[in-house]
Design a protein around this ligand. Structure first.
Ligand code: ZN
Ligand code: ZN
Length: 342
């Protein structure tokens, strides 16, 4: 099969012919129809996740496709089925898997990270990790970005932030994940404020339903939040940037007893922590990592019914993949870039 292989950090991915993946008895072999690219792929490309990635490597953790072969132990999925790849391959046997937290399984392996990813013609995954989509309302491109760009903010807001009706939520950073977070928070019944440094993203956030926006470059976020919440602060902050430039004010935006869910991160630089503020206000900080397959199935329903609409900013052929890296396209795009399958 054809695949895009990262052989050296900061160097173009090489299109190669490599052996087809083997479909074992409990696996399905999927022909990739669309694959999304996200900021984490840039971290992989530049070597920031060197401790996890083994070169040569096929990246790509957002994918959707059609089953072309099913292993002999697979009962309910058959060739021709269309669906989404839930890329967290958990052991389904450890304490965390058995208590519904497979996304932080002790033995997790992920396609596009520890395992070959979706920037290829085919991928072999356990049948459990294939989520069939029967609705005709979802395109391949939309399907491809559900398992990360939508699942991550869904888990962060609904499960960890416990966002519900009349909550006030601040979303810091409205890129690929943050824009979907706006729609998800609205579907959960919250009022939403957004902060970013790009006017184009904030305008898009308004069209996704945001009630208040703040350009952190030239506006004072804390006073905007103070005024919006009548001095109390927000119930939940979804921190989608996670750097020292944003984190201190994100924490200060919280109401007493509020929760900050940390979705974005800088892999090399930790953020400073206001321990005194946490003590006085009983603020909670919760790390957030992707989501579970059950949550992905819930999301498929929301998208099928049209309540949440995935935002695709660019549809490209996978042959243009190196342009995305060399032209830093992710920095300037609003929404997600998705590739056609090879
Ligand atoms: Zn990602
Ligand atoms: Zn496990």
């Amino acid at each position: 099969m054809k695949a895009f292989v990262l052989e050296k950090y900061n160097s173009p991915l090489v299109k190669k012919n490599i052996p087809d993946p083997v479909c074992s008895d409990s696996d399905v072999l999927v022909k990739i129809k669309a694959a999304g690219i996200c900021g984490t792929d840039i971290k992989i490309y530049t070597g920031k996740l060197d401790g996890i990635i083994n070169l040569p490597h096929i990246p790509g953790h957002e994918g959707a496709g059609e089953v072309v072969e099913a292993g002999k132990n697979v009962k309910n999925i058959k060739p021709g089925d269309k669906g989404i790849i839930y890329h967290y391959i958990s052991c389904r046997d450890c304490e965390l898997c058995r208590t519904g937290r497979e996304n932080i399984c002790f033995n997790i392996k992920r396609t596009g990270f520890e395992l070959p990813g979706a920037f290829s013609e085919y991928i072999s995954i356990p049948a459990y990790n294939f989520c069939p989509v029967s609705s005709k309302n979802i395109s391949w491109f939309e399907m491809a970005i559900l398992p990360d760009a939508l699942l991550t903010p869904y888990h962060a807001l609904k499960t960890l932030g416990k966002v519900s009706k009349s909550f006030k939520v601040l979303i810091v950073g409205v890129g690929g994940l943050g824009l979907h977070a706006v729609m998800i928070a609205k579907v959960l019944g919250a009022d939403v404020a957004c902060a970013d440094i790009r006017d184009s993203s904030l305008t898009k956030a308004l069209s996704c339903g945001a009630d208040v926006t703040c350009n952190m470059k030239n506006e004072d976020m804390l006073s905007i939040i103070k005024e919006w919440t009548k001095g109390e602060g927000v119930d939940v902050v979804l921190e989608g940037v996670g750097t020292e430039a944003t984190f201190p004010n994100s924490l200060k935006s919280l109401k007493k007893g509020g929760k900050l869910v940390l979705m974005g991160y800088d892999p090399v630089k930790p953020v400073p922590l206001d321990a005194l503020g946490m003590h006085y206000n009983e603020w909670e900080i919760i790390g957030s990592r992707l989501g579970t397959k059950q949550e992905l199935l819930e999301l498929i329903n929301y998208v099928s019914s049209g309540e949440i609409k995935p935002i695709i900013s660019k549809q490209l052929d996978m042959d243009q993949i190196n342009k995305v890296f060399s032209e830093s396209m992710l920095d300037t795009t609003v929404g997600r870039i998705v590739f056609n399958g090879l």
